[in-house]
Design a protein. Structure first.
Length: 179
């Protein structure tokens, strides 16, 4: 997994006064589009073992399991799933993870909590250094937005193995660190 960072110019927006011809400014309406309904037996989650099969089924049925897929589950205040989104489809070894794109569906669905997940096509569910760094970045971003990160799972598509950042104490560790 590789985090993408925006590039910013050092120049001020208002540094050079220039006269510009009259132009039109676009107005936008933001809306959420529901694609499909996914049948799941359990919609209120209490732990990683309940989230794991949902992620596997999402990637298996609606993603590309032979490539890395980064997903987000949006939760309400009762930890009920309000939606799922495959944010990024990568290669066999990595997927681009931009916090803005990961959090966009959570913001649009008014999520109070999220579960992040991705698969490792190799079947090795141990987190890479990049996986850990991206998770820390996402926790920091969510903290600023008032969205609770409950979990980040790495799943195998070959068997029932998965890695839970929460069960290994990493999510709590990230929250204990200053932003």
């Amino acid at each position: 997994m590789k985090a993408s960072k925006p590039s910013f110019r050092q120049q001020s927006l208002f540094s050079t006064p220039t006269a510009t011809p009259s132009k039109f400014i676009s107005t936008f309406r933001v809306s959420l589009v529901q694609d499909t309904h996914l049948p799941f037996e359990k919609t209120r989650l209490n732990n990683s073992s309940e989230a794991h099969p949902i992620i596997r089924r999402l990637i298996q049925n609606h993603g590309q399991p032979d490539r890395e897929q980064f997903c987000v589950l949006m939760l309400n205040a009762k930890n009920e799933i309000t939606g799922v989104n495959i944010v990024s489809t990568g290669t066999v070894t990595a997927a681009q993870v931009c916090p803005r794109e990961v959090l966009k569906p959570a913001i649009l669905t008014n999520a109070t909590g999220v579960i992040f997940a991705h698969n490792h096509p190799s079947g090795d569910v141990n987190p890479s250094v990049a996986d850990i760094a991206v998770t820390k970045t996402l926790v920091d971003a969510c903290r600023l937005l008032g969205i609770q990160v409950h979990e980040h799972l790495i799943v195998s598509m070959f068997d029932e193995h998965y890695y839970s950042f929460a069960d290994h104490g990493l999510i709590k560790q990230f929250y204990d660190q200053p932003v």
